[in-house]
Design a protein around this ligand. Structure first.
Ligand code: TYM
Length: 334
């Protein structure tokens, strides 16, 4: 059966990149033939230091963002990773399948570990094995993500293939990455060569899902651009990364193609384009921000939704974990 799985870390405020690259698409994938399972990956978040006083709130905030973006607990399973122990158990099994060299090759590890990688947590190195566990504990067939997760998904496929090969079984599917649309890599508003990220030190580089209308308008007004007018199609934006990014954001927000957007703005400069973009951004994000704060005003309700999701997730994951242990020859005495 087709099954979609994806996750988001609760490690700080979510951005427009998370919304367009992930949350919006998670909501759109519901109601198709595939079951949809969405996870707030708190075990991934703690691979770098998280203040235990703050993490529960951030986990609820991430849940509120899923719900506000239209993820419906009646149609999807929504839960936080640490409540379903199968993830951590499966991750250990995959630690014995994956090779150390595969982990050192991950660009996210290199970026996050920095120069002194000997000092990174062991969990940060093993991060992709836990991610493979998230996906394969549900035998998920497709994973919607932004472009930056592509390498991790290739590693998930490598782990599934090596497991199937080593144990001579067809147990795990070779998962398809779903990296689709014009917003799979939303870039920083200050630097068209860097992705928009919650960890960028400059708040002006990103739009946060909690920003109000004034903040959004101001960040777009100050976004870095060039002085040329807009061309009639994306072809003409090849060497203009900042301009391309803003047009892609507009298109993703308004559910148009970038070329459709440019047809309307051909010949105009950013003096005209930026206010129009700010208006689409505010109109689209305002209801989401409002729903997020409504959900946040009832944390007990969020916890209830997540607890119910955890039960449903565990019901899918546990038999697959048990079967995996059996394949590996781990003695089952009960
Ligand atoms: P995370 O929490 O960094 O990001 C969550 C999702 O948002 C996407 N994203 C973006 N998309 C477009 N433009 C951007 N600027 C941008 N920034 C973030 C990410 O690609 C991602 O889809 N390792 C994952 C979490 C994870 C996971 C999984 C995902 C853990 N287990 C299993 C899929 C399946 C991560 O750190 O995402």
């Amino acid at each position: 059966t087709p099954r979609i799985f994806s996750g988001i870390q609760p490690s700080g405020g979510l951005t427009l990149g998370n919304y367009l690259g992930a949350l919006k698409r998670f909501a759109a994938l519901q109601g198709g033939e595939a079951e949809t399972i969405y996870c707030i990956v708190d075990l991934h978040a703690i691979t770098v230091w998280q203040d235990p006083q703050v993490l529960p709130q951030r986990t609820r905030e991430a849940a509120a963002a899923f719900l506000a973006a239209g993820v419906d607990p009646a149609r999807s399973i929504l839960f936080n990773q640490s409540q379903v122990s199968a993830h951590a158990e499966m991750a250990w099994l995959f630690n014995t399948v994956a090779r150390v060299g595969w982990m050192y090759r991950m660009t996210q590890f290199k970026d996050k570990a920095g120069k002194n990688s000997e000092n990174a947590s062991l969990g940060l190195l093993a991060y992709p094995a836990l991610m493979a566990a998230d996906i394969l504990t549900y035998q998920a067939t497709a994973v919607p993500v932004g472009e930056d997760q592509k390498q991790h998904l290739e590693l998930t496929r490598d782990i599934a293939a090596k497991f199937n090969h080593d144990y001579g079984v067809q147990h795990f599917p070779i998962t398809e990455p779903l990296i689709e649309g014009v917003a799979t890599r939303v870039m920083s508003l200050r630097d068209g060569s860097k992705k928009m990220s919650k960890s960028d030190p400059s708040d002006a580089s990103r739009i946060n899902l909690t920003d109000d209308a004034d903040a959004i308008a101001q960040k777009i007004r100050k976004a870095r651009t060039d002085a040329d007018p807009l061309p009639g199609s994306m072809e003409g934006l090849k060497d203009r990364p900042e301009a391309r990014n803003l047009v892609n954001i507009y298109a993703a927000l308004s559910d148009e193609s970038p070329d459709q957007v440019l047809t309307r703005f051909e010949g105009q400069g950013f003096g005209a384009f930026k206010p129009a973009l700010a208006e689409v951004a505010v109109t689209t994000l305002e209801p989401i921000t409002r729903r997020m704060s409504e959900f946040m005003s009832d944390p007990a309700e969020i916890d209830r939704i997540l607890a119910d999701g955890s039960d449903r997730a565990a019901a899918v994951a546990t038999p697959i974990l048990e079967k995996t242990k059996e394949i590996m020859g781990l003695l089952q005495t009960r």
